[in-house]
Design a protein around this ligand. Structure first.
Ligand code: HEM
Length: 218
């Protein structure tokens, strides 16, 4: 009998297509190619602030959950870095200058809903953001630093000072995914929620492109 495929492997394989969709969304692809502006980059940082405010508030609640708490680590926390980045990029009154785009509002509502009631759904959102930040995110941070002349101010979000070895961290995270006490039906629901999380990210890039073109206001 062949070995059953590990859940973390199934999750990765079944989300590869959705990952490509997010990665190649025009707004993101332009930033990576060097066609995006400093304002585009700031607009993305601002949307991240709303997303991580919701994700990290849900994280606080989920610390009491026996399944979700295994995935939680203060070494991942991004909100203070995002706030320092926004202060550097927009000034002390940054909070009055930013608004959530429509997709961000829906994304945040979903994180709040699952973060209040469903450990597997919370883990799906936690996985999609933080494992992405520890993968492509590190590369994006270095690119933005080079393109816009940032040293650490402005790209603090992409610098995980407390994680010296992202690969080792991700390997442990995948082991924790494999050890989660989920039956097959729950695993399917978690995968579906990860695919939804990717859709939010792709649609956010589409919103950002429309906002840039002046055809969408927050
Ligand atoms: C231009 C944008 C992006 C690039 C260049 C990129 C690149 C990568 C690369 C190279 C990996 C593999 C790392 C490894 O093997 O350990 C990866 C993994 C990942 N990325 Fe992205 N990515 C991008 C955008 C995104 C977005 C928007 C999301 C969702 C928010 C995302 C979520 C993930 C996740 C969750 C993983 C881990 C998959 C797993 O191993 O289970 N990425 N990314």
């Amino acid at each position: 009998m062949s070995e059953p495929i590990a859940f973390s492997t199934a999750l990765r394989e079944r989300s590869t297509g959705a990952h490509s969709g997010s990665e190649s969304a025009g707004f993101m692809a332009d930033l990576i190619k060097g066609d995006g502006t400093r304002e585009d980059y700031i607009a993305l940082v601002a949307q991240h602030w709303f997303i991580y405010e919701a994700l990290e508030a849900a994280t606080e609640r989920m610390k009491a959950d026996p399944v979700a708490s295994v995935f939680i680590s203060d070494r991942l926390t991004r909100l203070p870095a995002l706030e320092a980045d926004l202060e550097f990029l927009l000034g002390a009154d940054w909070r009055t200058q930013i608004q959530p785009l429509p997709t961000t509002q829906r994304y945040v509502e979903r994180i709040r809903a699952v973060g209040a009631t469903w450990a597997g759904g919370f883990v799906a959102h936690h996985y999609t953001r933080y494992l992405g930040d520890l993968s492509g995110g590190l590369f994006i941070g270095r690119l933005m630093a080079r393109r816009f002349g940032f040293e650490t101010n402005g790209i603090g979000f992409y610098l995980f000072d407390a994680i010296a070895d992202p690969k080792a961290f991700k390997d442990v995270y995948r082991e924790q995914l494999d050890a989660a006490p989920w039956d097959d039906a729950e695993k399917e629901r978690v995968i579906a929620e990860v695919l939804q999380a990717y859709r939010f990210n792709t649609e956010l890039f589409e919103d950002l492109a429309r906002a840039k073109a002046g055809i969408l206001v927050a």
